[in-house]
Design a protein around this ligand. Structure first.
Ligand SMILES: [Zn+2]
Length: 337
């Protein structure tokens, strides 16, 4: 990083930065987004750069994009963009495919402008009649040119992060194994990575709460796309049981996944350095609404789960008693649970 150039966040900081998808409406990326990140203790952020339920491609304001990029770099906060939900390259509608290309291109370019390390896109569904094979051919036709455009942006272009969905209907990717064909359709391009959503994976039948469940899922992911492709985790608990194919996020530790699998996930070599972003309920409908309170609790809990287990610390010379006292003595958790 030369002193003359505006700094950009360095890729994959030590262990796991933990943060949230943050709102940006109102005072924008810095005024709303980073202020929210500060309030909830986020070490990493994800933002929308367009209405997630629409096709609009707002130009944004170059001065705000630049200010956000510099502020994230100064704070050491890796940033991510989530592309709109309507994008589906497996659609049977040429208009939808065209809009999907324009929408994803927009998220990639704005992502580059704000210094994002990755742009998350849902892998979509095969609705085009020819089944999975035909849909993946469409993915190839539509997305490979976008990856060429990313290459042209240079070394600081964001990665394209494929997010498997909960497995409703004709999802192109829900099980980790499904990612192999999708990555293959994109020629295993070097800027294609994976965003693992724990709620989606659980819904698709990866039972993270079962003994060995986390490792089995990560092994399947690595087998499908190879090592080093997992670039982001959406850390969400689930309101529904494993294999329910329902996409209903719950606060960490309050759902059917529970807290322990997140400790395992945070300690696994396959997630080393990978940021964790929560997309959990923010409590805006709670009677005692305090903005961001639930997100702050989720982030605090994940940060504690990121610490070495008391037993491991005892081995390292610390005492198990001190370790558990530190956890039990943290104010606010009993009331939060
Ligand atoms: Zn997600």
């Amino acid at each position: 990083m030369s002193p003359s150039a505006a700094p950009r966040p360095s890729p994959l900081p030590p262990r796991n930065p933990i943060g949230a998808h943050v709102p940006v409406a109102g005072r924008g990326l810095v005024g709303t987004g980073l202020a929210y990140a500060d309030r909830v203790g986020a070490e990493t952020v994800q933002v929308f750069v367009a209405n997630p339920r629409g096709w609009a491609t707002p130009a944004g304001r170059p001065d705000q994009d630049e200010a956000f990029r510099i502020a994230c770099a100064e704070r050491g906060i890796p940033a991510y963009v989530h592309a709109p939900y309507l994008i589906n390259f497996g659609s049977d509608s040429p208009a939808t495919r065209e809009r999907s290309v324009a929408s994803l291109r927009h998220s990639l370019l704005r992502g580059h402008a704000i210094g994002a390390l990755g742009v998350v896109v849902h892998t979509g569904a095969a609705l085009c009649g020819g089944g999975r094979e035909a849909a993946l051919a469409q993915v190839r036709e539509d997305v490979l040119p976008l990856l060429d455009e990313l290459d042209a942006l240079g070394g600081d272009a964001p990665w394209l992060l494929l997010e498997p969905t909960a497995g409703q209907g004709s999802s192109l990717c829900s099980r980790m194994e499904d990612l192999a064909g999708y990555a293959e359709a994109l020629d295993r391009h070097p800027r294609v990575g994976v965003c693992l959503d724990t709620c989606h994976a659980f819904a698709a039948g990866h039972d993270l709460a079962a003994p060995g469940g986390v490792t089995a899922m990560l092994d399947a992911l690595t087998a499908a796309v190879g090592p080093g492709r997992l670039r982001l985790v959406h850390a969400n608990d689930s309101m529904d049981v494993a294999g329910a194919h329902k996409d209903r996020h719950e606060n960490i530790g309050a759902g059917h996944i529970g807290a322990d699998p997140f400790r395992e996930l945070l300690a696994h070599p396959a997630t080393a350095g990978v940021p964790f972003v929560i997309e959990t309920p923010d409590g805006r409908h709670d009677p005692d609404r305090v903005e961001g309170a639930r997100h702050a609790r989720d982030i605090e809990l994940l940060k504690r789960l990121r610490e070495p287990a008391p037993a491991a610390r005892a081995v390292a010379g610390d005492t198990a008693v001190a370790g558990s006292a530190a956890v039990a003595g943290r104010p606010g958790r009993a009331a939060a649970a």
